[in-house]
Design a protein around this ligand. Structure first.
Ligand code: BGC
Length: 343
């Protein structure tokens, strides 16, 4: 980002000096030769608001947004991408959006802190005439589905994401497809602990619901020993798993985590409790962070589900560029999840 600030500063200076070039001049020697090409380059200002930088998955996502925009630059088109950290604070994010509007961003990509604030945020962005791509945290319509009028009725607003029901279903299937179907102690039921993400987030709600539904749909009896909110956070995941393992001991057969960060925490607690994944306990997450895929291959995690940060980020950028070019877009764009188990 340092380089960006320098470039932005260069831009401002160039503008103050009455220079018509929209790209900062590199050095005096090259300036004249590049003059005509640079003069033709069009720079778009892109505002990206992330709910929180301190999130493993959203870090992959935002890095991909930045590098994919860079890969789309040509001599004629440049993208000046500003990415801001909402610090999991809706008031802070709302101010950041106000500032994007004041700065005259050409398009905004938004990972809401709270989907309950979607109405007011979308209204102000649309009111300012700025196209908007919502990502990762889906605001649902009144019917609790993809009937959200602000997306359906605004031709310059869309949502790019993955259907969290699918990820939950895959988590349940990973357990159902094991030889013992998750019933390690053979008492006829799968006794589990659920560690949930932010409950305001539909990804957390759906993964919690659909992982268990997949087991039930497979005819497996389930017993919930504990269900706690870990807010997508590794340390919280570790604490919740540690407490559950102390309280319920060997009765815990499966720990479901709504994401891999919390599963990494749970894995540490499983080791600390002298339990062994694949032998006396199972552990599943979602995201397929590199370290978790490695653990799945080593057997220290039972499985995870790829939440395709690259696919979603690239789609969001492609749609943002379509919007910049005045192309018409869809209301919703979906990227598939993929089940990840040991080969
Ligand atoms: C990811 C989580 C992440 C959350 C942020 C989810 O889709 O699986 O890892 O913390 O998005 O909103």
């Amino acid at each position: 980002m340092k380089l960006k600030s320098l470039l932005a500063a260069g831009l401002t200076l160039a503008m103050l000096a009455g220079c018509s070039s929209s790209t900062p001049a590199a050095d005096d020697g090259a300036k004249e030769d590049e003059g005509s090409a640079a003069a033709e380059a069009k720079t778009y200002n892109v505002g990206v608001a992330i709910y929180q930088f301190n999130d493993n998955f959203m870090t992959l996502y935002r890095n991909e947004i930045e590098s994919y925009f860079a890969s789309k630059e040509t001599d004629e088109v440049k993208y000046n991408v500003t990415i801001v950290d909402g610090k999991n604070d809706m008031a802070e994010q709302s101010n950041q959006i106000d500032s994007f509007i004041t700065q005259g961003m050409d398009v905004i990509i938004l990972n809401l802190v709270q989907t309950s604030s979607a109405d007011s945020i979308i209204d102000k962005v649309v009111g300012a005439g700025i196209p908007l791509v919502l990502i990762n945290r889906e605001p649902l319509g009144d019917n609790g589905d993809e009937s959200y009028t602000r997306i359906l009725d605004n031709p310059t607003v869309c949502y790019v994401g993955a259907d969290a029901r699918q990820s939950g279903t895959y988590q349940g299937e990973i357990i159902a497809e094991l030889a013992d179907h998750g019933d390690i102690n053979g008492d006829g039921k799968v006794s589990y602990v659920m560690i949930e993400g932010d409950p305001e987030n539909v990804d957390a709600q759906y993964r919690t619901e659909y992982s268990i539904k997949a087991l039930e749909d497979a005819g497996i009896e389930v017993e919930c020993l504990d269900d706690q909110v870990g807010n997508w956070d590794q340390t919280k995941g570790q604490e919740i798993a540690a407490n559950a393992l102390t309280q319920y001991g060997d009765a815990v057969e499966v720990i479901f985590c709504n994401n891999d960060a919390m599963a990494l925490g749970a894995a540490a607690s499983i080791t600390a409790a002298n339990r062994t994944v694949g032998e006396d306990i199972y552990l599943v997450g979602v995201d397929a962070l590199d370290e978790c895929v490695e653990m799945v291959n080593k057997g220290t995690m039972t499985g995870t589900v790829l939440n395709d940060a690259k696919g979603q980020a690239d789609t969001a950028v492609d749609v943002a560029i379509d919007l910049l070019n005045g192309k018409s877009i869809q209301n919703y764009y979906w990227v598939d999840y993929v089940k990840v188990v040991k080969e």
